[in-house]
Design a protein around this ligand. Sequence first.
Ligand code: PMP
Length: 418
Amino acid sequence: RAMATSLLRVPPPEELLRPLAVPERLLLGPGPSNVPRRIQAAGGRQLLGHMHPEMLQVMDEIKAGIQYAFQTHNRLTLAVSGSGHCAMEAALFNLLEPGDTVLVAVNGIWGQRAADIARRLGANVCELLKTPGKYFTPQDIEQVSAGHHAEGTSWPPAWSPSLRVTQGLVQHRPLVLFITHGESSTGVLQPLEGLGELCHRYGCLLLVDSVASLGGAPIFMDQQEIDVLYSGSQKVLNAPPGSAPISFSERARTRGSDTGPTAPGCARGCWTWGLSSSWRRRWVQGKPTTTTTEQGQREDTALCSWRCAWAASDATEKSPPAMSLCPGSVLGSPGAVGLKRARLPTITTVRLPDGYDWKDITAFLMDNHGMEVAGGLGPTVGKVLRIGLMGCNSTSDNVDRVLAALRDALKRCQRSRL
Ligand code: PMP
């Protein structure tokens, strides 16, 4: 043993020997949001074996929970072990092959991200561009010009060489349309009415990101004819990050089935889905096979949390927040990014008043009020603050707290007169 110890060149980290200190914080940014006690407790429970009947039951219950939350009967409905980004990647990866055309609606950072991933997959990416703060109409998506961006802004982003802002389904005839329901970088809620039917008229699949909206704004996957829908756990669901619900319609599954097992993804050519993990296989085919213990164990904690998240998320919590911030009341006028209608109920963007540095305000809130509020993201950096009121955090008490804290910040943070 002495000899083995003498071979160690990296000392044991002192900091890991100390107990973990986690401060109490009110997480009112765009996510993660606070986790209620019941879900915290689920995360602290002992693991189950991945093939134990209780575990399989938990997985079935989670699937039922996602079907309920998405309002879908899709069989291929599961929780991906990963973040919202992971679900975005899984959705695109399972729908697209090199050379396929995807139309991406870009009115904030999430469309940009999707376009970026699709490009890396070798897809032919066509972007439908809209000024951040605006949403797409069915006409925009079908064929009419969507590119009303203001001159002199950093929009469109410089990396976007193949910008074709004026063309939609009619011209591109894409295999997939990607659109974001809750654009958390700008605070816009995209109306989805009619988009599924429109896409299907053009033989196109509708892929929707609902990471920032699920549970806070109504979404009806089957009725709205959405083909692939994904979300995340760390926003309205108030569960820890790291598991992301996703669902594929029968149309999305059968679309590429002629490509068989050579398809890079799993849902497309569907029988390959689930080979890596028993719980996925169970959900798709009802026949569990063996998987690695590590994988099974990794799922347990996340899935137990999920199980409780669903149980805890009753009708009251799933309706839009009863109290939403009045953006004009504290930080200047509403419409921080040109937004008049379709405000996202979960994440409110408020304009940064002239002369303030957003970093001073967010740091002040953290240091003096133990509260997280975020600055802008992508096209809204330096222009807005983003305030999240999601799930158990969406209370009138928290509205009062954030308004009082912001008032305090405006009084005490330095304001440049220039
Ligand atoms: N899509 C949207 C609309 C989001 O708001 C976010 C997270 N802010 C993501 C995707 C990515 O989710 P995650 O941070 O869990 O990777």
